[in-house]
Design a protein around this ligand. Structure first.
Ligand SMILES: Cc1ncc(COP(=O)(O)O)c(C=O)c1O
Length: 395
């Protein structure tokens, strides 16, 4: 009896919190199924994970080697090393012609670390924050885990999946919003917001006192037109970026934010307490990564070619409906002519054609069953092979 009681007590102690009850990434299921096929000798073309196949810039790797040989890897300042922060500020001057005070740059543990700091600094538990669907799932899951309420606003193909000021204000009128987060180029759609769309949205948010967060992780990977940074349009916008995508440094876990001046000190205090500082070796490598721009531009040209292969090839294979692939390295295809269940479609495509892609439900709980996402960050040959395999399978 006594034993049973303590077992009960242990069970209560081990019950996970409600806030930790966030959905898993379905893409992980696809990856596990792909691994099973590979273990039994199959060759899978991986288009499921949003990760560059290329390595970090050579300059970054060399800088990390040199640092390991020559320096102690100590904690850094919570806001990041002064030299990396200054280098990021220079990046804004060189890329966007924009002067940004180095003091407003905060180095983060990937953009993922940036979301946590930004949401904690901007919102109280219970605050409602608008995010677009389809969209990157951790936006809503991190908000939920922090006790905020993500408010899903559907976007449409009519305006390249850009959230409009009217849609934002309409949601705000229903129940007041405290913030809004948008990404351009976007994951999973690959669509981008024009300068006009972004400035109108920022102005609408400002008019209603809604705090604005811009995820710019896919900047640099823009094909349709140059990506515009929200930092250029408003000093009150909080910008999040990362070395993961353009610089091919996913596993290094380093990113940055441009934060409104009054938030610098609160974010510094949060970072001091939550993680002390961002991994030092990664900060050293990230600073050197900017010297690898020529190498990265070559990789970007590869994505552009992959995009061309898919845009031309997928319709021949039978997939005719997809959104404008303006940027990033994604193509979001409507497969509703074939199925009402894109999870099953992705499962079959993996099983029969050995092409792995991500079901849309990961990104869109409302309409995701109609879509799958292809990532085209691998070789051109793999893109040709994927098109051929899908064509054969769908016939
Ligand atoms: C839109 C978007 N934002 C943020 C991230 C997180 O990237 P990281 O934490 O590696 O910077 C990703 C990763 O896929 C993404 O697609």
């Amino acid at each position: 009896m006594l034993e049973a009681t303590s077992r009960e007590r242990a069970k209560t102690l081990l019950t996970a919190s409600g806030r930790s009850d966030v959905p898993p990434f379905m893409v992980m299921d696809v990856m596990a199924a792909a691994a099973r096929i590979e273990a039994s000798g199959g060759h899978v073309i991986h288009m499921e994970v949003g990760q560059p196949a290329a390595a970090a810039p050579k300059a970054a790797i060399q800088a990390a080697h040199a640092a390991l040989d020559n320096a102690r890897i100590d904690y850094t300042s919570a806001l990041g090393t002064p030299s990396l922060r200054a280098r990021i500020a220079r990046h804004y001057r060189e890329t966007y012609g924009l002067g940004v005070d180095t003091e407003r740059i905060v180095v983060t543990t990937g953009s993922s670390g940036g979301f946590i700091l930004a949401f904690l600094a901007l919102f109280e538990p219970g605050d409602r924050v608008a995010v677009t669907v389809p969209g990157y799932p951790p936006y809503r899951h991190i908000l939920k885990a922090l006790g905020c309420e993500p408010v899903l606003i559907e976007t449409s193909n009519d305006n390249r999946h850009a959230l409009t000021g009217e849609a934002l204000l309409a949601a705000h009128r229903k129940t007041p919003l405290k913030g809004v987060l948008v990404g351009s180029p976007a994951n999973p759609t690959g669509t981008m917001m024009s300068r006009e769309a972004l400035s109108t949205l920022i102005a609408a948010a400002a008019s209603a006192g809604i705090r604005f967060i811009s995820d710019e992780i896919y900047h640099g990977l823009d094909y349709a037109f140059p990506a515009v940074t929200a930092a250029e349009l408003s000093n009150d916008a909080l910008v999040i970026n990362s070395f993961s995508k353009y610089f091919c440094m996913t596993g290094w876990r380093v990113g940055w934010m441009v934060v409104p001046e009054p938030l610098v000190r609160p974010i510094e205090r949060l970072q001091q307490n939550l993680s002390i500082s961002v991994p030092t070796l990664s900060q050293i490598a990230a600073e050197a990564a900017f010297d690898g721009a020529a190498e990265m531009e070559e990789i970007k040209r590869g994505y552009l070619e992959n995009r061309r292969i898919l845009i031309e090839g997928l319709p021949r294979a039978g997939l005719t409906k997809f959104l404008p692939a303006d940027g990033a390295f994604y193509l979001y295809a409507d497969v509703s002519d074939f199925t009402a269940d894109s999870y099953e479609f992705a499962r079959q495509m993996l099983e029969k054609a050995h092409v792995a892609a991500t079901p849309g439900l990961d990104f869109d709980p409302i309409q995701g069953e109609r879509f799958i996402r292809f990532c085209y960050a691998r070789s051109a040959q793999e893109m040709h092979d994927a098109v051929a395999r899908i064509a054969k399978w769908l016939k």
